[in-house]
Write a protein of this length. Structure first.
Length: 135
């Protein structure tokens, strides 16, 4: 699976979860890609307990990644604690000093506009860090 494109690997992940989780991940992926067409899609963190890896979206650094849990799809933003969340999408990892995440459960609606705003804010944070001078 190592030599397959990220898109092909993510399709395999979607097919592995043929229930609501695969459908939710597919919807989230489409929204993320719509929000920032310049992002890079990757699969990272392959290990024996998760040989398929984890879908990751980056633009000048990781924007977010998606874990498939038993009862949820977790969309994690590594810089989430620095982000505004006026629509209160973040519902887990709220005590972390860096990370914030959104757990989506079966039947949960997706506030598409608010989620895409978070993606764009994450891009802005990454770009501001990428443009900082290094000493």
């Amino acid at each position: 699976m190592e030599d397959k494109s990220a898109a092909h690997q993510i399709h395999a992940i979607l097919n592995k979860y043929a229930d609501w989780r695969g459908e939710m991940l597919s919807r989230l992926r489409a929204l993320i890609k719509q929000a920032d067409p310049a992002l890079v899609e990757e699969v990272k963190w392959k290990k024996p307990s998760r040989p398929e890896g984890v879908p990751v979206w980056s633009h000048d650094g990781i924007l977010c990644f998606c874990d498939t849990l038993k009862n949820a799809i977790r969309l994690t933003f590594p810089k989430g604690a620095q982000m505004n969340d006026p629509h209160k999408l973040f519902n887990t990892r709220l005590d972390s000093k860096m990370t914030r995440a959104i757990d989506f459960h079966e039947g949960d609606p997706i506030n598409e506009a608010a989620l895409q705003a978070l993606i764009l804010e994450a891009v802005g944070l990454n770009k501001s860090k990428a443009n900082e001078p290094s000493f």
